[in-house]
Design a protein around this ligand. Structure first.
Ligand SMILES: Cc1cc2nc3c(=O)[nH]c(=O)nc-3n(C[C@H](O)[C@H](O)[C@H](O)COP(=O)(O)OP(=O)(O)OC[C@H]3O[C@@H](n4cnc5c(N)ncnc54)[C@H](O)[C@@H]3O)c2cc1C
Length: 361
């Protein structure tokens, strides 16, 4: 039996790929039930990674039905309110990086699995050999344990002592629910997709979700326990509409400190245990983490299917390719993170988006 700890995009995609290839797996997920926790904002899934994974999983049509093409729209402004760049997605634009609500992605994957594949409310604590232990005292056995349990993985310590380190940057997140009704002017200002405002010391982001929510966030350098009120209290030279956007947020702001694993992290090969997704390569959140987690899942699932009688060979094949691919992607994500920070971030991002031609006069 293959045990997958974690029912995020990576873990569920792996369970689906295994199912497609006639292999059983159980996903142990700590959430008490499918809808127990808000899944947060949107994910943009790329043609050659997240979408490729869904094609391999036989779920391309389901994805296209749930994906939001218009979520690819971008507006970039400076903190005084000047619109620097705008890109509206035509109705027939290719679905290169469409957005999907995390909850829709989870639903889509869950519906594709046999009943009882996911064991909700299973909080993995540790393993003795191939015996898995859960917080409620229950145990289970497996032939292969896959840690798909995200940034704070409990499986990772079985393979490496390396832990994610704080990068000195926090994201403070809020949300406007039912935004078209509760804050129509602000919802129109944000538009259908992504809205970025660059100031000298912080970046304000807003993003339209499929469920009527506008997510609002501020990224800033600072201590991990920063006071959200200090971050959302914008400096005097920010235009008033950005203050109104923050004031319209209708739930307490949440502080998310950015922790990262070192780029190129590897571990000594160990029979019967491996990692995928954020558990293996937590990288800056610039549109790659879920995509890579899902690609990991496909590559691991196919390796297991090809070497079902020799799981060591499957892990060897998977880990070798995964290290090379995700190291390159993490280096690129670190470069994008650098691009989006510092007092000249707006200019750097504009150049990235196509130079002067792209700029709104
Ligand atoms: C603000 C933000 C925006 C992002 N935007 C994007 C984007 O647009 N595109 C993109 O590709 N990536 C994006 N990312 C990154 C992306 O969210 C992650 O990389 C992705 O979710 C990783 O998937 P995963 O399956 O590895 O782990 P996770 O999604 O973290 O899933 C882990 C699962 O394991 C469960 N779990 C944890 N511990 C245990 C335990 N002990 N026992 C049992 N279950 C457990 C959790 O409940 C969870 O369901 C973003 C990240 C952030 C923070």
């Amino acid at each position: 039996m293959i045990a997958i700890v974690g029912g995020g995009p990576g873990g569920l995609t792996l369970a689906r790929i295994l199912h497609v290839h006639g292999l059983d797996a159980i996903v142990y997920e700590r959430d008490a039930a499918e809808g127990a926790r808000s899944q947060g904002s949107m994910l943009d899934l790329h043609t050659d990674s997240g979408q490729a994974a869904l094609r391999a999983a036989g779920l391309e049509q389901e994805f296209l039905a749930a994906a939001r093409r218009e979520g690819q729209d971008h507006r970039i402004l400076d903190h005084t309110g000047n619109l620097l760049y705008q890109e509206d997605t035509p109705d027939d634009a290719p679905m290169l990086r469409p957005e999907i609500d995390r909850a829709d992605l989870r639903d889509l994957l869950l519906r594709s699995l046999p009943p009882r594949t996911v064991r909700w409310g299973s909080v993995f604590t540790h393993a003795d050999g191939q015996v898995l232990h859960f917080a409620d005292g229950s145990t289970a056995t497996c032939d292969l344990l896959v840690g798909a349990d995200g940034a704070n993985s409990r499986v990772r310590p079985m393979l490496t002592g390396t832990e994610p380190a704080y990068q000195g940057k926090v994201v403070v997140q809020g949300a406007i629910h039912d935004a078209d009704r509760t804050a129509p002017e602000l919802a129109a200002m944000v538009g259908r997709g992504n809205y970025w405002v660059f100031g000298p010391d912080r970046m304000l982001g807003a993003q339209r979700n499929g469920n009527g929510v506008v997510q609002v966030s501020i990224s800033i350098q600072g201590p991990a326990d920063v006071d959200p009120a200090a971050v959302t209290n914008l400096p005097a030279d920010w235009a008033p509409q950005f203050r109104r956007l923050l004031a319209a947020c209708d739930e307490p702001f949440v502080v998310r400190p950015a922790y990262l694993l070192p780029i190129g992290l590897r571990w000594p090969r160990r029979s019967g245990v491996t990692l995928l997704g954020d558990a293996a390569h937590l990288m800056p959140s610039h549109g790659e983490g879920a995509n890579q987690a899902m690609l990991d899942a496909v590559e691991l699932g196919l390796a297991i299917a090809a070497h079902r009688d020799d799981l060591d060979a499957a892990l060897e094949q998977y880990e070798t390719a995964m290290y090379a691919r995700t190291t390159e992607v993490a280096e690129r994500s670190a470069m994008v993170a650098e691009l989006m920070s510092g007092p000249d971030a707006a200019q750097k991002v504009l150049r990235f988006f196509g130079g002067a031609d792209a700029v709104v006069d």
